[in-house]
Design a protein around this ligand. Structure first.
Ligand SMILES: [Zn+2]
Length: 283
């Protein structure tokens, strides 16, 4: 975990507690080839070190493959989804939209290819939802993304489908996450509609950026969270989240900081914010 993932965890944890809700910990490990050895253990250990308390058992996404497959089959059965045999080069001429290449619908009428991905059929109607912090969001999936992949050619279930099935299975009512995932939300809402699921409330908080305006991530050199100076780091997270923690709190105990944060948490201070600056020098 780095500072960017810390602020998302802090915001979602405090928002859940403020509404007397449960905070669920799910490890999204559906892509085993990309998973780094020990990464899961390191995340769980970092959350515990920083005083997070999750409710119930940790859920591992890879364990719910049968649920993902059942949802996929139900979409195929009613032709909301179909096999796509297009190769990368087949799609080279596709128009590039904000969400990536727009699938032109080549295989909507069928394919003879033996190896296929599965795509979900999208509609021409503009979809809308009201985000908890970012206001009304709209997308026309057919023209902005085209039919999108829900199972890859290598048989891995795509993130969009896995997350929707798991949220439903866990009775998730509220999702608080980074704004870098906001583009996925209407594709997820579309899947919820097709599967007959209730749509949770979505709130997208700003991402932490460095002085160059780059999102803090491993690829932009964000350092792992320190194992010492926990209180100071939590204080900096609350400050980045615009909660204005008093200066003297930076040297208080971890427990005292959480107590202050629970009493004073106000997600409204992040309204319409897209990015918050975090400079490691402040630690
Ligand atoms: Zn195709």
């Amino acid at each position: 975990m780095h500072f960017g993932s810390l602020i998302t965890a802090v915001a979602s944890f405090l928002e859940a507690r403020k509404h007397s809700g449960k905070w669920l910990l799910r490890i999204e490990n559906i892509d085993p080839p990309r998973e780094q050895r020990g990464a899961t253990e390191a995340i769980i250990a970092a959350l515990a070190t920083y005083g997070f308390e999750w409710d119930g058992a940790i859920r591992f996404q890879a364990d719910s493959r049968s649920l993902h497959d059942a949802a996929l089959e139900s979409l195929l059965a009613v032709r909301h989804a179909y096999p796509c045999g297009c190769s990368r080069s087949d799609l080279e001429g596709a128009e590039l939209g904000d969400l990536g290449p727009i699938y032109p619908g080549t295989c909507r009428g069928g394919t003879n290819a033996s190896a296929t991905a599965i795509r979900v059929r999208t509609g021409a109607k503009t979809l809308t939802y009201i985000d908890g912090l970012q206001g009304t969001q709209s997308q026309c999936l057919e023209t902005e993304s085209g039919d999108f992949i829900i199972r890859r050619k290598d048989k891995l279930i795509a993130y969009q489908l896995a997350v929707v099935v798991d949220d439903h299975d866990q009775n998730v009512t509220d999702i608080v996450r980074g704004i870098d995932l906001m583009d996925s939300t209407l594709r997820q809402i579309w899947l919820q509609k097709l599967l007959g699921y209730r749509t949770p409330r979505y709130t997208h908080i700003p991402v932490a950026v460095n002085a160059q305006g780059q999102k803090l991530a491993k690829s932009t050199g964000a350092a792992a969270l320190p194992k010492t100076q926990v209180a100071r780091t939590l204080h900096a997270a609350l400050a980045a989240l615009r909660q204005q923690p008093p200066d003297e709190l930076a040297t208080a105990s971890c427990g005292r900081i959480w107590e202050w944060a629970h009493d004073n948490w106000n997600i409204g201070r992040l309204r319409a914010e897209k990015a918050v600056l975090f400079s490691p020098d402040t630690l």
